[in-house]
Design a protein. Sequence first.
Length: 285
Amino acid sequence: LQVLGFEVDTVNSVQFSNHTGYSHWKGQVLNSDELHELYDGLKLNKVNQYDYVLTGYTRDSSFLAMVVDIVQELKQQNSNLVYVCDPVMGDKWNGEGSMYVPKDLLPVYRDKVVPVADIITPNQFEAELLTGRKIHTEKEALEVMDMLHAMGPETVVITSSDLQASLGNDYLIALGSHRKTKADGTRVTQRIRVESPKMDAVFVGTGDLFAAMLLAWTHKHPNNLKVACEKTVSAMQHVLQRTIKSAKAQAGEGNKPNSAQLELRMVQSKKDIENPEIIVRATVL
């Protein structure tokens, strides 16, 4: 976000030695009181004026509830504030979904967070958790996105799914839906599908990168979800291709790269993040 010109005030929901894809990690989890104290400091100095709030990984339900209170307060000050929420809860491995955060976060996301969010970026498993509906077809995915719209957000992007891509099994499908209410009260929905090449590796942090870049590109292209998603997914591809190439070189011929070698090559990808060459196109549905 900073590379793309945003002034960012960062609050670490967790302070860990490393991400949890490693065998070991140490560190602290911020609780709701500590978050409130930090926000209080911003408020006392009257610097709590924001255009965007972006949230991702958190492990504590009271922390999440505090985020909602803060977002609602910020929206009272600035009715144009956009809250981008990546509802990080879990994922599917070999077709089986499981949560990697405490289960008590689900009702907080579903009942409190999603209703105040403007943009949400769940993966397929998270979209299924939030709506209580399974997705087997693209039609069902679009229906689930409509259910998510009905809960509050104007923009819903299912960042990854196990739907069959038209380009074949080596491609991953993401789906986006942007619902706008015109001045006369009529609703217009723009829907898109993006198919991007799959990578044979497990990366950590791709969802965070996706949500941040989607925030930036929807800011720059507010009424064009197609272009925003093309830039986001293309930049992701550049970063991941660079990461896998570097990881394989470090691991050596025939060896599987480890977590450290698969750390996203963010700094090395600065130019691609700033101005991504569009290598993935979206289809308007």
